[in-house]
Design a protein. Sequence first.
Length: 254
Amino acid sequence: MLDIQSLAQVKALPLIAMPAQVAFAEDTLSAAPAPADARVLSVHAHSGDVVSKGALLAVLLSADALQTRSDVSDARIAHAAAATELQRQRVMTDRGVGTDIDLRSAQTRLQETQQALSRAQGSAALLGQGQGDRLEVRAPRAGVVAQRNAVPGAAVEAGAALFMVGEDRSLGVTAQAYEADVAQLKPGAQVTVSLPQLTRDVPGTVRTIGAELDKETRRVPVFVTLQEAVPALRPGMLARVDASGPVTQDMVVP
């Protein structure tokens, strides 16, 4: 005998699973650049190290730095000589043996050397700490070294980012979403983050969704902030992010 029952409709939430890695939010990273063309002499910090603001990260060897600091010394000598000459011209003028032309010339020379000294000191200040041909690269903020590009013996150009330092509180995860799933994700959406080193999942929130699709992987980066602190979290650790898709109506057979 047949037992006839009606079909039921239920709400289904398709799961969006995304591979991810622990990372810093990009807007919380600070670069420690090379202040001049140089060669890396020694490295004092590595990825994952916790550093304080101003901590020594690396020492560089730079001929440009030596020249810039020598220019300051030359400018100081020239300025001191101009000041001495102006004083001499004033004494001579007071005694009636000097001329106004020589006095005005000495005054102009003093102003020129003062400007040259200020420019040289400004250029030297951009080099940061160090003496002679040595440059000291120091942490721009307190935090964790997220990236180290400095290698002993390597030549580096002025402005090259040798280290990236981020706040440990800004650690989250960067998930990789398939292009078909991106439309279902919104900033502020609640997600679940799974970390291998934890026995439980951690709630997270979608903070930003990348504007550009990776041409090779066909994925879009999605940055997720964690809603609770996770001890011993380090950049590069693997993770997984699960998000709920849109609600759909499915038929269920009793």
